[in-house]
Design a protein around this ligand. Structure first.
Ligand SMILES: *[C@@H]1O[C@H](CO)[C@@H](O)[C@H](O)[C@H]1NC(C)=O
Ligand SMILES: *[C@@H]1O[C@H](CO)[C@@H](O)[C@H](O)[C@H]1NC(C)=O
Ligand SMILES: *[C@@H]1O[C@H](CO)[C@@H](O)[C@H](O)[C@H]1NC(C)=O
Ligand SMILES: *[C@@H]1O[C@H](CO)[C@@H](O)[C@H](O)[C@H]1NC(C)=O
Ligand SMILES: *[C@@H]1O[C@H](CO)[C@@H](O)[C@H](O)[C@H]1NC(C)=O
Ligand SMILES: *[C@@H]1O[C@H](CO)[C@@H](O)[C@H](O)[C@H]1NC(C)=O
Ligand SMILES: *[C@@H]1O[C@H](CO)[C@@H](O)[C@H](O)[C@H]1NC(C)=O
Length: 596
């Protein structure tokens, strides 16, 4: 990076070409109110380095979306005809003029091509810049912001770009992005000591005549065997492991411990003892194997997703970086949000895993809409390539999961301070499958199951029938103004989410959250892909258009339970789709027949 005098020279040279020097015609690009809980702490250190990601518009995205819906619709002739990496990149490529104008702008600030990192499709440009340079480029002032939970971020509440670039830049972050993709804290509900199990009488699940008997212990402790019993997959034999794959994403220094996995296998999946998974590091992410460093989230994810889908080959992605800024550390750190780093990474690979679960998210309203749309467009790109993406729907019911009502953030960030239910992102992206939670046998919706309606994304047509049916049966006028009935509704599906027995740092513990249901569901999706691959069929890819049509009859409809939050009892689980458990929990035996 070359900085200093050169900037000026180029700016003057530019003045000769453009009527007004672009330097002096900045126009506001985005402005947000500081989200609740955040306070300006002080000025940002001018030398603090940030990794600025610039998103260029994807003019052909509507066409990509059309492809996505065609190849994901089981009634369409193109069902399963997923696109290649190159085809997808062509569909998200920015206009050459955008690439050129943004490059010129960066050159004016002293960056040449070797300073830039471009995504495979060239739709993202990344540069590392000191705060003082970013402030100049974006005509803004960064501050250190402090959250009342103690985290710090270097952010601003508004930024501008030269007017002639407005149509050539979608989004620049980190600027106004206050979202912190949380894992463990928000989505793992409890870690308790393992209670004794005395009851040994077998239970019969009430789901369906076809459902097998479920061990009595499953009412208090969930194991891989319980899930296979509950979801009617007991005797399924994996046939196409070689060509199949299942993966988990990990962030925030969550390490998946191999010794704990072996202890888990010894107890729950004896045939898997001695097998391993692949660790892929993104941006230098670690997977420290010191037993004490094992992450509850990471261990839960790998043990259950790999346990359910064994012997399907598993991958754990560990992505470095955490957004919170640590003001005491002299050496400035990268304060970018790591999720998009993983997206760039996986999109650059020719054969991404076929079933991927993520248990990290945040309140939708802490993520700027422009950023949410771009991340969501990234998920669409994976879907159209044949990847099924599962996300936890969140652990706050209709609220933000804060147990202390005084700290609940059921307020809008738009300056109006209106009370509103709080959906979670990325679950609210219509191109992913959001997984909510159930508990007990027979299954009932669990109180913390994240559910509701997006304020960013409108309801996708695949949800029209199911969601209109739910809305039509709500008591008249209930929660008026608290949610957006025209929004993308979550969750799509559900699975058990409480008292999962895992090994953590050498000992068994029980753990829960929609963090448990998402990897469990992803394990069953991997088995469904197995059944398809074994028959020479392509993988399922983006699931939702199938789930809401042919798939409906492959789910156990959950009709009890509700998800309180924001001082209300939340929504009720009802017959058909509902905003607590979605379409319900999988009946694998039926789903296998539906997908093959
Ligand atoms: C499972 O536990 C729940 C909650 O304690 C209870 O309501 C339910 O009856 C139990 N199920 C069976 C089959 O005993
Ligand atoms: C699974 O297979 C075993 C052995 O063949 C059989 O006894 C059992 O009934 C089967 N269970 C289910 C749920 O089909
Ligand atoms: C895996 O895919 C290859 C071709 O891509 C095919 O020849 C082979 O039969 C498949 N194996 C299984 C177990 O499905
Ligand atoms: C498992 O895989 C990891 C990462 O790929 C590797 O470092 C480790 O040695 C393997 N462990 C065993 C027991 O095979
Ligand atoms: C793993 O964590 C332990 C304990 O915190 C630390 O001592 C060790 O240096 C770490 N190992 C690596 C490879 O980072
Ligand atoms: C928003 O409203 C809540 C409850 O009505 C109140 O406690 C809070 O102070 C308000 N916040 C702002 C920024 O006005
Ligand atoms: C949930 O069910 C209860 C009991 O039937 C009812 O009083 C309440 O209005 C329902 N709430 C919603 C949001 O449907």
């Amino acid at each position: 990076m070359r900085l200093g005098l050169l900037n000026l020279v180029i700016a003057f040279a530019g003045a000769a070409v453009w009527a007004t020097p672009p330097e002096f015609t900045h126009k506001l690009k985005e402005s947000v109110a500081p989200p609740r809980g955040w306070e300006r702490h002080g000025p940002a250190p001018p030398d603090h380095i940030i990794k600025l990601r610039i998103g260029l518009p994807q003019p052909s995205f509507p066409e990509l979306e059309r492809h996505l819906y065609e190849v994901s619709d089981p009634d369409h002739e193109r069902y399963g005809q997923h696109l290649s990496k190159e085809e997808v990149e062509a569909l998200v490529a920015p206009h050459p003029e955008s690439v050129e104008l943004v490059s010129q702008w960066l050159a004016e600030h002293g960056f040449d091509e070797s300073d830039l990192e471009r995504s495979s499709a060239k739709d993202w440009v990344t540069i590392r810049v000191p705060v003082r340079v970013a402030e100049m480029m974006l005509d803004t002032t960064y501050s250190v912001w402090k959250h009342n939970d103690g985290d710090y971020l270097v952010r601003t509440t508004s930024y501008s770009v030269p007017e002639h670039l407005h149509d050539h830049i979608d989004v620049i972050q980190p600027t106004t992005m206050f979202g912190r993709f949380k894992g463990q804290k928000s989505t793992i509900h409890s870690v308790e000591d393992v209670p004794e199990q005395k009851n040994t009488v077998a239970l019969t699940s009430t789901h369906a005549a076809t459902a097998p008997v479920v061990d009595a212990s499953c009412n208090t402790t969930i194991t891989v065997r319980c899930l296979k019993q509950l979801y009617n997959a007991v005797n399924y034999t994996v046939k196409a492991a070689k060509n199949n794959s299942v993966a988990l994403t990990g962030y925030l220094e969550q390490f998946a411990n191999i010794q704990d996995l072996q202890s888990f296998y010894a107890e729950q999946v004896p045939a898997a003892v001695g097998t391993n998974f692949t660790v892929i590091s993104v941006n230098g992410g670690l997977n420290n194997q010191t037993l004490a460093e094992a992450g509850a989230e990471a261990n839960l994810d790998v043990q259950f997703a790999f346990g359910v889908s064994f012997p399907t080959p598993g991958t754990y992605y560990t992505t470095a970086g955490r957004p919170p800024f640590i003001p005491d550390i002299g050496t400035p750190t990268d304060t970018n949000e790591p999720y998009t780093d993983w997206l760039d990474f996986i999109l650059s690979h020719p054969n991404p895993p076929l079933s991927i679960s993520t248990s990290y998210g945040d309140d939708e309203q802490t993520v700027p809409e422009s950023f949410a749309r771009r991340a969501c467009a990234g998920f669409a790109q994976l879907g159209v390539r044949g990847v099924s993406l599962m996300f936890s729907s969140g652990d706050g019911g209709v609220g933000d999961g804060e147990e202390d009502p005084a700290l609940q953030q059921c307020f809008t960030n738009d300056g109006k301070n209106a009370t509103k239910f709080i959906p979670g992102f990325p679950a609210s992206c219509p191109f992913v499958t959001a997984v909510g939670g159930t508990t007990f046998v027979p299954e009932t919706g669990i109180f913390f199951s994240g559910g509701g309606f997006s304020n960013f994304f409108k309801r996708p047509s695949y949800q029209d029938v199911a969601v209109k049916n739910f809305l039509g049966r709500l008591p008249k006028g209930i929660y008026k103004g608290l949610f957006n009935p025209a929004g993308r509704a979550i969750p799509d599906v559900a699975a058990q989410s409480n008292r999962f027995r895992i090994f953590l740092s050498g000992r068994p513990v029980l753990i829960g959250g929609t963090s448990a249901s998402s990897p469990a569901f992803a394990g069953f999706v991997a088995l469904l892909n197995d059944a398809r691959l074994a028959k020479g069929l392509p993988p399922l890819g983006f699931l939702n258009p199938f789930l809401y049509t042919k798939g409906v009859s492959g789910f156990n409809d959950i009709t009890t339970g509700n998800n309180p939050g924001c001082g209300t009892p939340g929504f009720n689980a009802t017959q058909g789709w509902d905003a607590v458990t979605g379409l319900g929990t999988p009946n694998f035996g039926k789903l296998v027949k539906l997908v093959t």
